[in-house]
Design a protein. Structure first.
Length: 228
């Protein structure tokens, strides 16, 4: 069974969803440390005037976990909806997908992790993708680094850990081998697709490809039915 693990992200980029599609079980690492100016509370879309950052305002103390980061209530969700509508109202699949975005952002969220997990689940629901989803803080794993990942995979009875390509820089490959867990690195390559507003920009939020290509084309472009 293939297990992948990643911090919950807001409106994640296409490679994040690609990783989930190639897994049997996906684990939200919600008890990892929150890191400012990364992708846990923000991502990018493209509008008529260029790139737009969609950032969720959060309040946190250094060392807080992602599931301890609190959302600052300053009408941010309405601003995000307006930006998304401005960017994609002319897209082919706007009427198909926007109601789900609108419903998702109309809810009240106090916790960043809860928001991000709901966001990813909404995207998977639209795509019609059903995967086993696990939240790491429910597993009671207190180890760190590679040991933590291995313990999570073991608790889920997995035998394959699917890492992002960046894992080459920090994973203890021998430790996976000693624990009889096969380690594979996901070789995600930038995918081009139909896109509004000028030249193609890579690695935007996954909602960009969904608005422009729709459910079936997005899954086809991501080779949903093929192994990693």
């Amino acid at each position: 069974m293939i297990v992948s693990i990643h911090q919950p992200q807001y409106l994640p980029y296409i490679g994040y969803i690609y990783k989930i599609l190639k897994s049997d079980v996906f684990v939200f690492l919600d008890d990892a440390q929150y890191k400012k100016n990364e992708w846990q509370n923000r991502n990018r879309i493209k509008g008529p005037n260029g790139l737009i950052w969609l950032t969720v305002p959060v309040s946190f103390n250094f060392g807080n976990k992602i599931n301890e980061a609190k959302i600052v209530q300053d009408n941010w969700s309405k601003k995000h909806l307006n930006s998304i509508k401005s960017a994609y109202s002319k897209s082919k699949y706007f009427k198909d997908f926007f109601p789900l975005i609108e419903s998702f952002l109309s809810k009240d969220y106090e916790n960043l992790s809860v928001l991000n997990i709901a966001c990813v689940k909404m995207i998977l629901e639209y795509l019609g993708v059903k995967k086993e989803i696990v939240i790491s803080s429910t597993l009671g794993v207190n180890k760190t680094r590679t040991e933590r990942l291995i313990e999570i995979v073991k608790k889920l009875n997995g035998d394959i850990y699917l890492s992002g390509d960046g894992g080459h820089g920090y994973l203890d490959e021998e430790l996976f081998e000693k624990n009889n867990i096969k380690l594979f690195y996901l070789n995600y390559k930038t995918i081009s697709y139909a896109q509004l507003w000028g030249d193609f920009v890579e690695n935007l939020s996954v909602i960009d490809i969904i608005f422009n290509e729709g459910r079936e084309n997005t899954l086809r472009i991501l080779n949903y039915d093929k192994a990693f």
